[in-house]
Design a protein around this ligand. Structure first.
Ligand SMILES: [Ca+2]
Length: 229
């Protein structure tokens, strides 16, 4: 007789047809025991089948030079907006505009608006890409006189789970603290994202990295990948 224990709630969910296509955020698996009841003095045989979650680097190639992304497999791509942090010294908000580029279809608009207009639960983009798809990013302050910054610029950074939060890694003493909207994503001073998540952190107002306004938190976009068949 074989007894199967599911490890955790995600193990139960992962038996469903829908969840079977997605990567679990925590290790899931089965513990198999070869006997229903074990008598004193008898050692049962245990076997483990544990499936660990994929990490984003297994499914996405991140070019270290230009931070261009290339899909290594067929993926669902869901893009949400973590926040827009464009305010002046009086607290007045300014809008940012962001786009993502898929090599098969070109530039797609993500979001234009101020921080207070962001719906962090909305998927502004939700599409499936095939292996080999190249993904790029661009953003700007949505006001006259400001230019676009692209993923190849040092004003745009791609960050993953466990990386230093945007703005902190540079370590300037004058650096402002993490924006409110980033706090849920920080744990023990590091970015706490899903294992298949990336964020684009954008500095849109300054190019002088020593300026206090250079905080890499003007627009923060979350990209979540999920394997699809
Ligand atoms: Ca800025």
């Amino acid at each position: 007789m074989k007894i199967t224990y599911l490890l955790g709630a995600w193990g139960v969910l992962s038996t469903g047809a829908l969840m079977a296509q997605q990567d679990p955020p925590v290790p899931v698996g089965q513990l198999n025991v070869n006997a229903a009841m074990v008598r004193d003095g008898v050692a049962p045989v245990l076997s483990w089948e544990i499936e660990y979650p994929s990490t984003v680097e297994e499914v996405i190639d991140i070019d270290p030079e230009d931070e261009q992304l290339t899909a290594k497999t067929r993926l669902r791509v869901q893009v949400s907006v973590v926040g827009v942090g464009l305010t002046d010294q009086y607290g007045k908000e300014y809008p940012a505009k962001s786009y993502i580029n898929f090599s098969s279809v070109g530039w797609k608009h993500i979001f234009t608006g101020k921080g207070s207009q962001v719906d962090p639960f909305n998927h502004y983009i939700d599409r499936v890409v095939d292996e080999g798809e190249v993904i790029r990013f661009a953003a700007k302050v949505d006001e006259n006189g400001y230019d676009y910054f692209y993923n190849e610029s040092s004003n745009i950074r791609v960050l993953k789970n466990g990386d230093n939060p945007p703005g902190v890694s540079a370590g300037y003493t004058s650096q402002s603290s993490i924006a409110d909207y980033l706090e849920p994503y920080i744990q023990n001073g590091k970015l706490s994202l899903g294992p298949m998540d990336l964020i684009y952190a954008a500095e849109l107002t300054h190019t002088d990295t020593s300026h206090t306004g250079y905080d890499m938190q003007d627009a923060v976009i979350l990209v979540r990948f999920t394997r699809v068949e």
